[in-house]
Design a binder for this molecule. Structure first.
Ligand code: IMP
Length: 186
């Protein structure tokens, strides 16, 4: 479908086709939630939302994890509004509390080149948590440029640009309830 926006913020209207439906996302989130519940039941868990892209996945996923957990938010940016990673990762918002001696669950929207996840793992490691577990809704194996430890993955996708369910193009399209594949940019 052609998704035409009412306002003029992004530079173009995107042609988007559904890649992963709302129902497929919900079902997978349930499965991930069960696996993470089994892993962390009774442990001191901090679930970290990587902003901005994972806010929607994060809010659904933590509701399907049936154990006590505390919530933290970490802002990073690497795209600066383009469709290819700049390769330079910056922290835009830091955690509000130490994670020393706690089990950390890093929740990401997508691993593309892997540079962001690699940066996050190194950054978090320095804060001496008891363990670091990573969970990404999407993974583009063909785009990977660096080593990353991925413990839980929602879906593997091809090397294509996607939007929706938190993922953006120039900070728009995050509110689509499904994952859409963009047909007219690369
Ligand atoms: P990486 O550092 O190249 O792995 O990129 C990670 C970040 O880039 C993600 O957290 C997203 O914010 C963004 N990103 C990567 N691929 C896409 C995409 O297809 N659509 C929207 N954002 C993306």
């Amino acid at each position: 479908m052609m998704y035409k926006r009412a306002s003029k913020g992004a530079s173009m209207d995107l042609k988007i086709s559904t890649l992963i439906t709302e129902k497929q996302i919900q079902d997978r989130v349930e499965e991930l939630g069960k696996a993470l519940t089994d892993k962390f039941k009774g442990k001191d868990l901090v679930a970290i939302c990587i902003l901005k892209g994972s806010f929607m996945f994060y809010s659904d996923l933590i509701r399907s994890i049936d154990t006590d957990l505390s919530c933290e938010f970490l802002g990073v940016s690497s795209y600066h509004g383009k469709t290819k990673s700049s390769g330079e990762v910056k922290t835009t918002l830091d955690l509000s509390a130490p994670v020393e001696d706690k089990h950390v669950l890093l929740i990401e929207d997508i691993v593309d080149t892997g540079l962001t996840m690699n940066y996050l793992q190194k950054n978090l490691q320095q804060r001496k948590p008891k363990s670091i577990t990573t969970c990404s809704l999407l993974f583009k194996p063909a785009a990977l440029k660096t080593e990353v430890k991925l413990d839980h993955i929602g879906f593997e996708i091809g090397d294509q640009f996607v939007v929706g369910y938190g993922l953006d193009y120039q900070n728009f399209y995050r509110n689509l309830p499904y994952i859409g594949q963009v047909e007219n940019i690369n």
